[in-house]
Design a protein around this ligand. Structure first.
Ligand SMILES: [Fe+2]
Length: 347
C-alpha cells in the first residue's frame, strides 16, 4: 500500500516531464529480481498512458555492478533490445551502467534518453521525483552551476569540521543532473552537480559525517581527513575511520587516496538513508569522491584518471564561498537573490 495513490504522479513526472515520452516511443524499462515491482509497474503504466510502448526486461540480479555484472547478463539480447529503444529507464539494483551492454547501447545510439535510477523505491520516488517541481529545480541548478563554474576560488566548511579551499579548473565542466535529459548520454536522479577542481590546489580538512559508500554506509563517528595537494595524507576518527583506512590500503594504489570530484546535493526531498544515490542529493550537502576519475570530469585527460575503485563520502550542512561571496550557509542558500527565492519555493 506504500504510496499506492501517489506513485502514479511520480511516474508521470519521470515519464513526461523528465524523459519527455511521446506517442509511439519505444521505452525499455530494465530491472533485476531485487528491483521494486511497484515502481516498475507504475512507470510502465505511465509510459502506456503517455502513448509510449513500454517493455519491461527483468533479469536475475547479478553479483556485481557495471562490468562485474557482464558474465551474468544475457548480453546479446539485452543489448539488442536496448539499442533500438528511444528511452531506457534503468531500475536494476545491481546496475548496468558502465557494463559492456551499457557501453554498446550508448555507442550505438546518439539520441537515446537514458536514466539510471538505482535502488528506487516508492518512498524515495515520491520524495525525490513526485513532489519536486522539476522546472524550478532545473532553473535553480543551472544558476548554481554557472555561479560556481565562474568562480576561481572556492572554500567549503561544515559544522563537523570540514574546511577546504581549492581553485576551479577552467577546462572542466560542471556536470549537472537537473532533470533535463541528456540525449545519448547517461542521466541520473535530478538534484546533483559534480565537478573536478585543480586537484593540486585542494588543501585543508575533510570530514565525512553523513555516509561513506563503500565501505562504511551511514557514519556514526565522523571520519576526519587531512588533505594536501588533493590527496588524503591522514585519516582520524573511530572504528569507521579505521575501516576506511584499511579499505583504501587494500588496493595498494596511490590513486585511491586522490580526491576525484566534489558534488553539491540539491534534491529537496532527499534524506540521509545510507543509499548513496539519495545521500549525495541531500539539500545543502557536499560530497567528495575518492579514487577513479571519469573522463567526463577531466575532459583534458584522455581516459580520465584510473584507480582501482571509487568511493563517495557526504558532508552535511555545508557552507560554501565562491570568490569570497557566500552561497551556502550550513546548508541554506544565501546572498544570491534568485536562488534564495527558488530555494524557498522548492523546499
Ligand atoms: Fe563519485
Amino acid at each position: 500500500m506504500a504510496y499506492d495513490f501517489e506513485l502514479g504522479k511520480s511516474g508521470r513526472t519521470l515519464v513526461r516531464d523528465i524523459l519527455e515520452v511521446e506517442e509511439g516511443d519505444n521505452v525499455v524499462i530494465t530491472a533485476d529480481t531485487n528491483s521494486n515491482k511497484e515502481v516498475v509497474k507504475a512507470t510502465a503504466s505511465e509510459v502506456f498512458t503517455a502513448g509510449g510502448k513500454p517493455m519491461v526486461v527483468w533479469n536475475p540480479t547479478p553479483e556485481g555492478v557495471g562490468k562485474a555484472a557482464d558474465p551474468m547478463l544475457p548480453q546479446k539480447t539485452l543489448a539488442g533490445a536496448l539499442k533500438e529503444a528511444d528511452v531506457w529507464i534503468e531500475y536494476n539494483e545491481q546496475w548496468l551502467l558502465y557494463s559492456t551492454v551499457y557501453d554498446k547501447v550508448i555507442e550505438a545510439s546518439d539520441d537515446i534518453r537514458y536514466i539510471c535510477l538505482v535502488e528506487m523505491n516508492p518512498d524515495m520516488m515520491v520524495r525525490t521525483i513526485g513532489r519536486v517541481d522539476m522546472p524550478k529545480l532545473a532553473e535553480f541548478l543551472k544558476i548554481v552551476a554557472k555561479e560556481t563554474g565562474e568562480a576561481e576560488e572556492v572554500r567549503v566548511t561544515t559544522p563537523a569540521g570540514t574546511d577546504l579551499e581549492f581553485e576551479n579548473h577552467p577546462e572542466r565542466d560542471m556536470i549537472v543532473h537537473s532533470g533535463d535529459i541528456m540525449r545519448g548520454k547517461s542521466s541520473m536522479l535530478p538534484g546533483q552537480i559534480s565537478w573536478s577542481p585543480k586537484f593540486e590546489s585542494i588543501n585543508g580538512k575533510l570530514v565525512f559525517d553523513g555516509s561513506l559508500v563503500p565501505p562504511v554506509g551511514l557514519i556514526d563517528t565522523p571520519i576526519e581527513m587531512t588533505i594536501e595537494a588533493g590527496k588524503v595524507v591522514e585519516i582520524e576518527g573511530g572504528t569507521e575511520a579505521k575501516q576506511f583506512e584499511k579499505w583504501l590500503a587494500s588496493f595498494d594504489d596511490e590513486n585511491m587516496y586522490r580526491l576525484a570530484h566534489i558534488s553539491y546535493g540539491f534534491n529537496p526531498g532527499a534524506k540521509l538513508t545510507g543509499n548513496i544515490v539519495e545521500d549525495e542529493r541531500i539539500w545543502g550537502g557536499t560530497e567528495w569522491g575518492l579514487g577513479n576519475v571519469g573522463s567526463k570530469l577531466v575532459p583534458e585527460q584522455e581516459g580520465g584518471i584510473p584507480a582501482s575503485s571509487h568511493c563517495d563520502g557526504i558532508c552535511t550542512d555545508s557552507s560554501v564561498w565562491l570568490d569570497g561571496k557566500q552561497l551556502l550557509d550550513e546548508g541554506e542558500i544565501v546572498n544570491f537573490s534568485r536562488l534564495v527565492e527558488l530555494a524557498d519555493q522548492l523546499l
